[in-house]
Each structure stands twice: as structure tokens, then as C-alpha cells.
Design a protein around this ligand. Sequence first.
Ligand SMILES: *Cc1c(COP(=O)(O)O)cnc(C)c1O
Length: 382
Amino acid sequence: MQFETLAIHDPHTPDPATGSVTVPIYQTSTFGREELGHRPEFFYSRIGNPTRQALETSLALLENARFGLAFASGAAATMAALQILKPGDHIVSGIDIYGGTYRIFEQLLRPWGITISYARDESTESYARCLTPETKLIWLESPSNPLLRISDIRALAEISREKSIRVAVDNTFATPYFQRPLELGADIAVHSTTKYLGGHSDVIGGAIALNDPALHTIIKNYQAAAGAIPGPWDCWLVMRGIKTLKIRMKEHEAGALHLARMLESHPAVARVWYPGLPSHPQHDIARRQMSGFSGMITIALKGGLSAVEHLLHKTKLFTLADSLGGVESLAASPAKMTLGALSPEERDKRGCTDNLLRLSVGLEHPGDLEADLNEALEGIPV
Ligand SMILES: *Cc1c(COP(=O)(O)O)cnc(C)c1O
């Protein structure tokens, strides 16, 4: 079956008990047991809940994976995926990663004896150069936050397989509609469902999809033991988002391509990063491993931070906010906001300059967004 059909017809609907065409919200902490000594499928909602199970099944279907697991946030999903490591292990990370993931690496993992190296750029060779005999995991985002760098997932999976290194891909920016990392050879796909999967800026959530039963057991045990699980209501919201993922992503992409082209020819704009533009340095890899380019654009303004401030002050349709992937357009300053956890030197190394502006293109009419940006760019310092 095709993607949108799988997104709508999950195996849990219609509900066998009532015929409800949506998955019921089982807002319960516990389940009555019939008798002592009998362990039913559901008994305590940290361990398992039917609404969460329905979301987990749906996530697995979307990523074409054997297993799906849902978490209370993308950060919780990231932390859970990293439980496949132990002290002494080494991670090779993509250069450009979500600020919160960097914080997990540096503030949580390093004190526990796990070391991390960051590739110098997004090329396969720079990841390969960081590998050591202790390397157990390559972690990357593609497209990455905030510079929308594209790493060659298939090539990285190939160099890792020989060495029994696992590859985890944070697939938040692409979504499984445009990119399925497991099909490209990765071992783990991670999501912040807060973003496109939820899609309406009304829920915080995370997810993992994977095929390997041994890794699944480790991460599922961690989920049950550490307990960063989403409540049934939050699971339901993410499921509702998933049903329209395809049509939303197509529109996000169309709007983003329209604005990326317009911004690329604007005199106040120094540079535009959008994987769908031929000018993007890894456009060819993006075309190979993605079926579309999603709705995120990052621009550099000639006028520096004061130009960023000018645009943010004047735009009426792009709300200054930290998140992305919702129906409404959002703008963020990576240097001042999402990568605020990094030192200025670390930000510089990543090319994250003060003049960057990250745009999450929403589902408003692209013509209205274009007019709004043009107005906001008027009289901007260059
Ligand atoms: C937002 C985000 C996360 C963290 O997810 P939360 O739901 O905020 O915990 C991780 N990775 C990427 C790429 C993100 O955009």
C-alpha cells in the first residue's frame, strides 16, 4: 500500500470493540487483571497503553520498519536511542545537529564515559576520518538543523556495516514522507513528532523506528524503565497529524520552493540553503535519497544580525518561535535561539553565523508569504 493509505488505515482502526474510526484515547494509568498470575497485554500505562501502541504501529508503518516506539519528546527519543551505547563507546556525529542533541552528547553522555567526535563537514570522508576502534554509532541529521546539510545516508551505512557501527538518523526535517533512512541502510530513525508529524504546534513528542530486534529490546526496556512515555492524549494528537502528513508535506514543500527561489534572487539575501535548489551543495544527494525537500529554508542576510532583527520585527506572517513543522510559518535565529547552548566558537565552527534566519514555511498561501517577506525585507540594512 502507498504511504497515505498506510497513514490513514492503521491496523488499530476501526476499533474492534466499538467500531470507532479513530483510535480511542485510553486515558487510564492501569488495567484490571482478571486473576492473580495472569499478565494481560496491558496492565500499566508506562509499560504499555493501547493508544500509544496504535501510534507506535503507525510510526513503524510510515518508516517501513519492524518496530516503532513513541516517547514524550524528541529529546527523550534521542536519549533512548543512545542507550544502545555503553561507557567507553565513541560516537561520530554530524557537524550540524539540533542544539538539544548536542547538549545530550556533551552534558549527559560525556560525563558517563562516552566520547563524541564531530565530522568537519557533511561529506562521507569527514565522518570516516573520525572513526576509531571504539566507534559504535554514527549520528546524523539530514537535512540538518540549521544549515540543511545533506549527508549521504547510504554511503555512511555502507562504511559502517563492515565495522558493525550503527547509524542513527534524526529524520525530523525530512519526515518519512520524503525520506526513509532504514530503506537507505540506517539502523535507527529518530523523530521529534513535535514538528511535522504532529504538524499543528500543539504537542511535544518523539519517536524511534528500527528493524533490529536486539536494539529494539534494549530501547523498549529503557522506555519502560526510564518512563519518558507520551500520554494517550498526546499520542492521539500525533496520530491525527500523521493522517494528513502527505498533503501537508507536499504543500510545505511547494511553499518552501517558491520562497527559496524568490529569496535567492533578493538583493538583501547573501545566501539561501534549501535542498531543493540546484545551488544547494548537496542537491544531487538530496535528490537521490529524498523524494522531496520539505519545508525548511535557512537564509543568510547581508546586513547581519541587525537585518535579522529588522525582518523579524516587520514580518506579519512569520512568528518568531523556536519550533518548526506546524501549519503556521515560523522564523528563528539559530545563533540566538536553537543553538544557544553552543559556545560562540562551536557555533562558528558549524558555520552558524549571527546573520542566519531559519524559516519554517507553513501552509499559508505562498503568495501571501512572499508578499510578507518582500515587505519585511524592504529598507533592510545590507
Ligand atoms: C525539535 C527537535 C528535536 C528535539 O525534539 P523535542 O520534541 O523538542 O524534544 C530533535 N531533533 C530535531 C532535528 C528537532 O528539530
